[in-house]
Write a protein that binds this ligand. Structure first.
Ligand code: BES
Ligand code: MN
Ligand code: ZN
Length: 502
């Protein structure tokens, strides 16, 4: 979708739909809605009087203009109460508008930077949220739909944000452009996570990452098994053993400062399918494990946006990619392996494979000179039990970095929530055979997984994001669409941009 901001009068703008808004309780529409109302000879005011338009959140009214406007349709979207309206709501509203406008005959929507007028919010932030919301909200994964029906085929091609104040437009256009870059990257992560595992092997995932790197002028490497062996990545290799597909360790590098090492490394779990291995998962719902590479998809997609937005920082992405299969050569419960840093791990449950591949991924990122680490992973079912779908879990060894990640998530309209990392939790993963074991039992399962990862970051400031509760959505809701949600991608990009502001 093409998103632009232009100066002009929305009541004379040519488009298939003109989308304006109304706060709850307003009887005389002002601003852009007022201009459209006047062009319609007071039709909106009249509908308010009739009680058909009330401005409630989620309310959407389509009015046909029959030649009174250049556009054949006006959409009035309810904003709810002004006090509850913020940039997060703008993004979600824009997503809902994009979906409401997905109908045959509609390819171009003209709208406004909702919230910037009567709402009193920052115009640039609103423009960015409108762009993000529209592109994110219109997303669907149709690749394998053989014969989509007419509604399925309808696509929005263009969204124009119309601003009355010509002095504001340049800033808003730039903000919208950045929002579009962030949203397109998120949709790339969604595409990767929605792909079935037979189409997206570790080899294919690495190939997709390479295409991103090539297009963005990034450093790229897809490390093969032999090199992993040379480097002693025994934890990652132990997961790959049971699969006929070769593992790949993806590395992408962006040098915006051109210094030594990297200011920040993003490390993503790339299990292209998680059967559980010998500790095999139950059949029901196992198909969701095609998305167990969402962390890898998120860091690859984040690099696409970073390459486009060019922050003054050096950013590294690492994605250890493999299937977790129960083949004849698979790791067994009780096996002991050593990670790249020499820490010996007793594998008690082969389904706790994410922490194994991340162990070597984190070590490798440090070896390449990462000064801050953020890993993102669909790591534990327990995080969904603890936090549900409303936020992802954040665990850390560094308060300052945690605050920066929280701010980056907040700016993306995402929610993170911090879990404690008391040292006593580490007792749960002490092994009598090796140094640590790969499960700490059911209590505090997400935290003990993070305590495991902590053994591989040494003293480097590190944040772990467990996105297993939010990676897949059952239905469309605001900017989140059904299937792979894309949560985390824009937070990672915002963080990289913040590193560029230092
Ligand atoms: N990929 C799963 C976690 C997961 C669960 C992601 C549900 C998305 C939705 C992970 O590899 C896993 O199997 N974790 C185990 C760990 C346990 C064996 C210690 C789990 O959460 O049950
Ligand atoms: Mn697993
Ligand atoms: Zn997994």
């Amino acid at each position: 979708m093409d998103v632009t901001a232009v100066s002009g009068d929305i009541s004379t703008t040519e488009a298939d739909v003109v989308a304006v808004n109304l706060f709850e309780g307003v009887t005389r529409p002002g601003g852009a809605t007022g201009a459209v109302d006047r062009a319609l000879d007071g039709a909106i005011s009249r509908l308010i009087e009739l009680g058909d338009i009330r401005g409630k959140a989620g309310e959407r009214t389509i009015i046909h203009t029959f030649g009174k406007l250049a556009a054949p349709r006006v959409l009035v979207a309810g904003l709810g109460k002004p006090a509850e309206f913020d940039v997060r709501a703008v993004r979600n509203l824009s997503a809902e508008i994009a979906r409401a406008c997905r109908r045959p005959g509609v390819t171009h929507v003209a709208t406004i930077a909702h919230g910037a007028g009567v709402g009193g919010l920052d115009p640039d932030e609103c423009a960015r949220a409108v762009a993000e919301g529209a592109i994110l909200g219109a997303y669907r994964f149709l690749r394998y739909k053989a014969a989509p029906d007419e509604d399925d085929r309808a696509e929005l091609e263009r969204l124009t944000i119309v601003e009355r104040d010509a002095g504001r437009v340049a800033g808003m256009a730039e903000a919208a452009r950045r929002g579009a870059v962030l949203a397109e990257a998120t949709n790339l992560a969604r595409d990767l996570a929605n792909e079935p595992a037979n189409a997206l092997s570790p080899t294919e995932l690495a190939a997709r990452a390479e295409a991103v790197a090539r297009a963005g002028g990034l450093e790229f490497e897809a490390m093969e098994r032999e090199e992993m062996e040379r480097r002693g990545m025994g934890a990652l290799l132990s997961v790959a053993r049971g699969s006929a597909q070769p593992p790949k360790l993806v590395r992408m590098g962006y040098k915006g400062r051109g210094g030594e090492g990297y200011d920040l490394a993003l490390v993503g779990k790339g299990i292209t399918f998680d059967t559980g291995g010998i500790s095999i998962k139950p059949a029901a719902g196992m198909e969701a494990m095609k998305a167990d590479m969402t962390g890898a998809a998120s860091v690859i997609a984040a690099m696409q946006a970073i390459a486009a937005l060019r922050p003054k920082a050096d950013i590294l992405a690492i994605a250890p990619c493999t299937e977790n299969m129960p083949g004849g050569n698979a790791s067994r419960p009780g096996d002991v392996v050593a990670a790249m840093n020499g820490v010996t791990i007793e594998i008690l449950n082969t389904d706790a494979e994410g922490r194994l591949v991340l162990a070597d991924g984190l070590c490798y990122a440090r070896e390449l000179g990462a000064r801050h680490l953020v890993d993102v992973a669909t790591l534990t079912g327990a995080i969904g039990i603890a936090l549900g779908e409303q936020c992802y879990g954040l665990m850390t060894n560094d308060d300052a970095l945690a605050r920066r990640v929280e701010a980056a998530a907040e700016a993306a309209g995402e929610r993170s929530w911090r879990l404690p990392m008391f040292k006593e939790y580490g007792d749960q993963i002490k092994s009598s055979v090796g140094e640590i074991k790969n499960t700490g039992g059911r209590p505090a399962g997400s935290i003990t997984a993070a305590k495991f990862l902590e053994r591989f970051v040494d003293k480097t400031p590190w944040v772990h994001l467990d996105i297993a509760g939010v990676d897949m959505a059952a239905k469309d809701n605001g900017w989140v669409t059904k299937g792979a949600s894309g949560q985390g991608v824009r937070a990672l990009v915002n963080l990289a941009l913040a590193f560029g502001e230092e």
